[in-house]
Ligand binder design. Structure first.
Ligand SMILES: Cc1cc2nc3c(=O)[nH]c(=O)nc-3n(C[C@H](O)[C@H](O)[C@H](O)COP(=O)(O)OP(=O)(O)OC[C@H]3O[C@@H](n4cnc5c(N)ncnc54)[C@H](O)[C@@H]3O)c2cc1C
Length: 410
C-alpha cells in the first residue's frame, strides 16, 4: 500500500506535538491533525505547570507562553490552616496555553512535521486484517477524505473517540473523573503561589484552585468527584455541582467576591488509573487519551509531554525496521509501567485514601504535617508521614494502612 505519511497523530495538544517533534527530528514524515480551528484555542485548563518536564526536554519556554512564574504551592485545610510548599523543586509557571500549545506545535513543524487544523478524524481506516492503516477526516465538517499511514497515534485528550475505534478501552467511569468549573477572574492579589483549598464542604473529593496570573488576574476553579454530579454518594457526601460549589466558595472569599469573571468554562479531568494497554498493531495512545494524568490533582500537561517523548523514541526504532507491530511498540508501554506508571499508581492509592477523610481528619493532618513531609507524600514515601498522623489520631489506622501495606508505619 502507498502511504501518505509515516505516522498520523490525532491531536495537536502537548502529547501529540511533543511526539511529533521527536519523531520528525528522527527523520519520520509526521502529520498532526487537530479538529480545532486554532491550536490551543479555546483554553480549557488551570494552566499550572511545574518546571521539571520543560527543563528535562531542554526547551526554552518563550516569554509569551506563560503568564507568571510561581514559587510553589499553598495548601489549605478546611479550617483555614495552610502549609506553604516552596523550594527549588516546586517552581513552575501559570501558562498561557493558547500560546504554549501553539509553540509546542511550532517546534514540531520546525523539525519537519506537518499540521492540519480544523481537521477532524471521524473514522479509523483498517486493512483486510483489521489493522489501522489510516483515518477518514473532514475539514470544517465538509470535504471528507482519507489519509493513510502505517502507524496511527491517538493523542486526542479526554474524548479519545478514534482510540475507541482502534480497540482501546477509553470509556471513563464517573468515579474516576473529576468534573470541573473554572473562571478567569480579576482583580486578585496573590503571593506568587498556586493555592489549593481542601474540604468536603468546599470541594468533595477534590479541591478549589486559584492559579494566579499577571495583571491581578487568576484562574479560579474547582474539581469534584464525578459521581457527585450524578446525584450519587461519594466519601459521605451526596450530590453536588461544581459551579454551585465554586460560586459558594467565591462568595465567601474576601477578594474574589468583589472580582469580575472574564472567562467561564466547564470540563472533565481523569483522576483514575491509565487504560490497560497503550499499544496495538499499527497504533498507539499517548497522554490524557490514555488517562496518563496525575490522579491527585488532575494535572496532565507535563505527563503528556513526557510520554510523547517516550513513545516517539520507541517509534523511531520501529520505523527503522519498518515494523509497527504491537511487539515492537510494546517497549513504550513497558517504560511507562516500570517508571512514571509506578508513581501514578502510588498517587492513585493516595487519592483513594484522601477521599475517605472527614474535614476534621483533614484538619488534623494539616496540623500534623509540615512542608518537609509533602515531598515524601507526593513521592509515595508514606511511612513517615503516616506515623506522624497516627500519633495524634490512631483511629485513622484503618484508612491509612492502605498506604503502608508492607509493614507498620515507622
Ligand atoms: C478544567 C481543567 C483544568 C486543568 N488544569 C490543568 C493544569 O492546571 N495543569 C495541568 O498540567 N493539566 C491540567 N488539566 C489537564 C490538561 O489540560 C490535560 O491533561 C492536557 O491538555 C493533556 O494533553 P494531551 O495532549 O494529552 O491532550 P489535549 O491537550 O486535550 O489535546 C488533545 C487534542 O486532540 C484534538 N482532538 C480530539 N479528538 C480529535 C479528532 N477526532 N480529530 C482531530 N483532533 C482531535 C483536540 O482538539 C485537542 O487539541 C486540566 C484539565 C481541565 C479539564
Amino acid at each position: 500500500m502507498k502511504y501518505d505519511h509515516d505516522v498520523i497523530v490525532i491531536g495537536g495538544g502537548p502529547a501529540g506535538s511533543t511526539f511529533a517533534r521527536v519523531a520528525a527530528a528522527g527523520g519520520m514524515d509526521v502529520l498532526i491533525i487537530d479538529k480545532r480551528k486554532e491550536i490551543g484555542v479555546p483554553v480549557r485548563c488551570g494552566e499550572g505547570l511545574g518546571k521539571g518536564e520543560i527543563i528535562k526536554q531542554d526547551l526554552d519556554l518563550p516569554r509569551q507562553c506563560y503568564s507568571i512564574e510561581v514559587e510553589g504551592a499553598k495548601v489549605v485545610a478546611p479550617n483555614g490552616k495552610s502549609i506553604v510548599w516552596k523550594n527549588e523543586g516546586t517552581r513552575g509557571w501559570v501558562l498561557e496555553r493558547k500560546f504554549f500549545d501553539k509553540w509546542l506545535c511550532e517546534l514540531a513543524v520546525e523539525k519537519g512535521a506537518k499540521v492540519h487544523t480544523y481537521t477532524r478524524a471521524f473514522e479509523v481506516l483498517k486493512d483486510e486484517k483489521g489493522k489501522p492503516n489510516g483515518v477518514k477526516v473532514s475539514h470544517g465538517g465538509r470535504e471528507a477524505y482519507d489519509i493513510h499511514a502505517p502507524l496511527i497515534v491517538s493523542a486526542e485528550g479526554m474524548e479519545s473517540m478514534m482510540a475507541r475505534q482502534m480497540g482501546f478501552k477509553t470509556v471513563h467511569a464517573l468515579y474516576d473523573v473529576d468534573t470541573c468549573y473554572e473562571y478567569e477572574m480579576k482583580p486578585y492579589d496573590h503571593e506568587n503561589l498556586i493555592e489549593l483549598y481542601f474540604g468536603n464542604k468546599i470541594a468533595p473529593r477534590g479541591y478549589v484552585w486559584i492559579f494566579p496570573k499577571a495583571d491581578r488576574k487568576a484562574n479560579v476553579g474547582i474539581g469534584i468527584g464525578g459521581l457527585l454530579t450524578n446525584g450519587e454518594k461519594l466519601g459521605g457526601i451526596k450530590g453536588a455541582q461544581p459551579k454551585t460549589l465554586l460560586d459558594a466558595y467565591i462568595k465567601n472569599d474576601k477578594q474574589l467576591k468583589e472580582a469580575s469573571t472574564l472567562l467561564d468554562f466547564g470540563g472533565v479531568i481523569s483522576v483514575g488509573a491509565p487504560i490497560d494497554e497503550f499499544v496495538k498493531d499499527n497504533c498507539m495512545i499517548i497522554g490524557t487519551a490514555a488517562k496518563q494524568v496525575d490522579p491527585i490533582h488532575g494535572g496532565g500537561i507535563g505527563i503528556a509531554m513526557e510520554t510523547g517523548v517516550m513513545a516517539a523514541n520507541v517509534v523511531l526504532k520501529a520505523h527503522a525496521k519498518k515494523d509497527y507491530t504491537k511487539a515492537m511498540l510494546y517497549e513504550y508501554e513497558k517504560q511507562w509501567r516500570t517508571g512514571l506508571g509506578k508513581d501514578m499508581a502510588n498517587r492513585l492509592l493516595l487519592r483513594k485514601v484522601l477521599e475517605k477523610f472527614s474535614d476534621d481528619d483533614l484538619n488534623h493532618i494539616f496540623n500534623t504535617l509540615t512542608d518537609a513531609d509533602l515531598p515524601n507524600v507526593m513521592d509515595g514515601r508514606f511511612a513517615g508521614p503516616v506515623a506522624k498522623v497516627l500519633t495524634g489520631r490512631p483511629q485513622l489506622l484503618g484508612i491509612l494502612s492502605a498506604l503502608v501495606p508492607s509493614g507498620k508505619p515507622k
